[in-house]
Design a protein around this ligand. Sequence first.
Ligand SMILES: Nc1ncnc2c1ncn2[C@@H]1O[C@H](COP(=O)(O)OP(=O)(O)OP(=O)(O)O)[C@@H](O)[C@H]1O
Ligand SMILES: [Mg+2]
Length: 182
Amino acid sequence: MRELSQHILDLLENGLEAGANRVSLEIVEDTARALLTIVVTDNGRGMDPQTLDNVVDPFFTTRTTRHVGLGIPLVKAAAQRCDGNLHIVSKVGQGTKVTVEFRRSHIDRAPLGNMESTLMSVLLSRNDCDLVYEHRLDDRSFGFDTAEIREVLGDLPFTHPDIRRWLQEFIREGYQELYHML
Ligand SMILES: Nc1ncnc2c1ncn2[C@@H]1O[C@H](COP(=O)(O)OP(=O)(O)OP(=O)(O)O)[C@@H](O)[C@H]1O
Ligand SMILES: [Mg+2]
């Protein structure tokens, strides 16, 4: 069973591969309604209606290096196993929004997994794409916008060892704070 963070990484990478310069990730955990929702939005090239129809078919991909695209079908299957679903809205030239819902309390719902390494790998992979992140757990939340962080850092890249350490610590502490009552 894949952890949710692996599915999230797939969705974020799709946004990066679509040439987006801004990708946003929203995770909402509502314990009262037992829902966990993941929303990934990008301002990349988008998909036409036919591509969109085919995207949930594992034998469809526009990649030339490999002919099977599995990211979206796997996330969709994981969501459907947990009384949830996956929904995509996309517009050519404007971007894509993927919403995935899970019954949070479902026995088959995979754990969130290592969000620290998922976020770090996106932060370190490209400095020409900003990531807007928000994770809500009932009335608490943790998040950041890399555009704001970059403004403070000036010319220092996220790959600089000190910055990298700082980012890692920032995310780790954010998560500890978010989950401290559970
Ligand atoms: N955010 C997006 N913007 C534009 N096109 C997308 C986006 N997400 C998916 N697609 C299109 O849908 C196809 C299928 O995506 P999917 O994630 O299922 O597989 P993949 O990315 O091709 O391969 P894999 O995820 O297995 O490495 C992609 O090749 C791409 O053409
Ligand atoms: Mg993919």
